[in-house]
Each structure stands twice: as structure tokens, then as C-alpha cells.
Design a protein around this ligand. Structure first.
Ligand SMILES: [Zn+2]
Length: 359
């Protein structure tokens, strides 16, 4: 029996560096937690909970999710379930964001959030074939002072569980450079640094993140190619992008479909762009769907997709010895899957037009 393309890409072992635990929550879980915590839902059917037409509606749904998360066990549960769903998508290693600003705004202490997340992670490590580290995401609109408090908290935690800080939410109206002292403090504390930039904002935000915030990788970086000089620098310095093509279509709506996404062009120019799901619960996708979409709509072949996974290993914040072990585990698994007779193994390389699946 031969494997289908979808079966092969689902089974392909993956490394995911850009996924938000709140955005990974299942609608059914949020509906249950909302009822238990006395939060009114805008719809009767949990299946309709995560339907949104634009960014404003998306933020409304995100608000419902955050209001529904109250207790330590709520955070434990969404963390654990996010990793169960990651395993189903073939993810072997993930770095996952938690963005406590919203729930803290609703009165939930940061210690509650973190205790639940850390417990969910420990439970998942005991039960599931996946390893995950967390990145504490600061909310840019909440400003640098609030971000500095999160960095101070992060600096006190177990570095093997909380590996770094990120910065999330809208770019419009944000002075990214104002976060320079926050990122400098994170670097001084030995925390890794990443930042959402150039998603629906300009390439200049990517430049600020690299030059003034000193980030080690860039989340999204959708607009990078607008600045050829910056693109060369990103290539030369090996700065990775954590791209989220389906999220860019479904949430930020910066492209009408994955066929118009710059992901493959970025890689052709030498950028280490990786594939990630961003908010898989809310978009009702997982990272396998991103792999399938860039194969079907951008013509990425198996070799390219395996290389995307290996680039994500290099771009991860895992210790070097763990990266070496992960690369060898993944290489063996790639070879085993290649022997299972999927049509991907013989498919034409990127640039050829014989597959009939490309636009
Ligand atoms: Zn994101």
C-alpha cells in the first residue's frame, strides 16, 4: 500500500516555532470553560464560536477565549490539548507563545497563568511524544513598562521551560524601537528574543526588530522582500522567519490565498523561512495544512519541505546537543517515510511544471 501526499505530509516529523497557546485552544474546550466560568458566549453552537470574517471579529473571538481562561487548570488544559493536537500534526518539537496580557487585564494573576502552563507542559512531556518550550509574549499595545514586568517575571523562571520572550499583536501605531530596553533586559537575563514584525506592518518594522531589539528570529516577516538590502542581511546572518501562510490568508488577510504568499520566493533568495500554524484552534487548521498548502499552491517539493523542518531545528532555542539529537531523529524518520511509496518522493522538483498541482 502506498502513502498519499496528505498522509506523508501529516506523518512528516515537524518542528514548529510560532504557535500561540490561546489561539491553539479547541472551540469545544473554550465553550466548556466559558460555561464553567460564567462567560456568555456569542453563539449557541461551539462549532460556530471560532467563525470570523475580519481582524476585528477575530479579536472579538480572541477576547472570548481569554475571558474563558480563569483557573490554573484552565491553562493546564489548553496547554496539554495544544500539544495533543501538535502531535496529531506530526510536531516533535515546538516553541509556543503564551500572551498573558489579555487575561491579566481581566484580573487573572500571571502566576496562575504560568502555573497552569508549566503543569500542562509537564503533563504533556510525561504522556506525549513531543517536547515543548514556552516563549513569554509581551503585548505591544500594552507598552514597554508592562513588557518590562513580564521580562522580570520570565528571568526568574526555569530557563528550560521558559526559554525566551516575544512581542505580539498589532503593528500599526506601535513604536517598536521603544521596546529596545525591554529586549536588552531580556538579553541580559539570558532569555532568547523574537518578535512579530512585518506581518501587516512594513519591512521597516523587521529592520527595527533586528537592529534595535536584537531579535534572533522574526515572527512572520511577511514583508521582508520589500527591502532587498535587509533581505541580504537576513540571509547573511541566518536570521530565520517563522512564517504562517494559512494564518496570513485567514487572519491578517494580507494575501488572498497561499499561492500568493512570498514563502517560496523568500526561501529561493536564501531566507530560512519556516512553516508554522500561528493560531491553529482559531483557524481550524494545523501546521500540516500549511505544509500541504505550500506544496499544492507554491510547488514546494519533499526535499524543500524536509529542509524547512531542519531549518526550524537550527532556528529553535533548543540547546545544541538537543538540536543534534533532533536532526538525527528527523533524518531517520524522513528516510523511513520516503520508503513508504508516496507520490511526493518522485514528484517533480520546484520550478518544474509537470505535477499539474501548481498554479
Ligand atoms: Zn503569531
Amino acid at each position: 500500500m502506498t502513502m498519499t501526499v496528505e498522509g506523508h505530509l501529516r506523518a512528516l516529523p515537524k518542528v514548529e516555532l510560532h504557535c500561540h497557546v490561546e489561539g491553539a485552544a479547541r472551540a469545544s474546550t473554550i465553550a466548556e470553560l466559558a460555561r464553567r466560568n460564567g462567560v456568555a458566549l456569542p453563539v449557541e453552537d461551539p462549532e460556530e464560536l471560532f467563525e470570523f470574517e475580519d481582524l476585528n471579529q477575530f479579536l472579538d473571538v480572541y477576547g472570548v477565549i481569554c475571558r474563558s481562561l480563569v483557573t490554573v487548570d484552565d491553562f493546564r488544559r489548553i496547554t496539554y490539548e495544544a500539544l495533543e493536537d501538535a502531535v496529531a500534526a506530526g510536531v516533535r518539537y515546538r516553541e509556543m507563545f503564551v500572551s498573558p496580557a489579555f487575561v491579566m487585564g481581566f484580573g487573572v494573576p500571571l502566576a496562575t497563568v504560568w502555573e497552569g502552563v508549566a503543569q500542562g507542559l509537564a503533563d504533556a512531556h510525561a504522556d506525549l511524544p513531543v517536547r515543548c518550550r514556552m516563549v513569554l509574549d509581551v503585548d505591544k499595545p500594552s507598552g514597554p513598562a508592562a513588557a518590562m514586568e513580564l521580562v522580570a517575571f520570565a528571568a526568574e523562571q526555569d530557563r528550560d521551560v521558559l526559554v525566551g520572550i516575544g512581542a505580539d499583536s498589532v503593528e500599526r501605531g506601535i513604536d517598536h524601537a521603544a521596546f529596545a530596553p525591554v529586549f536588552a533586559a531580556a538579553a541580559d537575563a539570558g532569555l532568547h528574543r523574537t518578535c512579530h514584525a512585518g506581518e501587516d506592518g512594513p519591512a521597516a518594522n523587521i529592520r527595527t526588530a533586528i537592529e534595535q531589539l536584537g531579535v534572533e528570529r522574526v515572527d512572520h516577516g511577511f514583508r521582508l522582500l520589500d527591502d532587498p538590502e535587509l533581505t541580504r542581511r537576513v540571509v547573511d546572518e541566518g536570521i530565520a522567519l517563522t512564517s504562517c501562510p494559512l494564518s496570513n490568508v485567514l487572519i491578517a488577510r494580507v494575501v488572498p490565498d497561499v499561492g500568493h504568499h512570498p514563502f517560496i520566493e523568500q526561501r529561493r533568495q536564501g531566507v530560512r523561512a519556516t512553516l508554522n500554524s500561528d493560531d491553529p484552534g482559531m483557524t481550524r487548521t494545523d501546521v500540516t495544512d500549511d505544509f500541504l498548502a505550500v506544496h499544492r499552491e507554491l510547488g514546494a517539493d519533499l526535499h524543500e519541505l524536509e529542509q524547512v523542518v531542519l531549518d526550524a531545528v537550527d532556528a529553535s532555542f533548543a540547546p545544541d546537543d538537543e538540536k543534534v539529537a533532533l536532526r538525527s531523529e528527523l533524518g531517520a524518520e524522513f528516510a523511513r517515510l520516503r520508503d513508504m511509496g508516496s507520490p511526493l518522493v518522485d514528484a517533480a522538483p520546484v520550478g518544474a511544471s509537470a505535477t499539474g498541482e501548481r498554479r
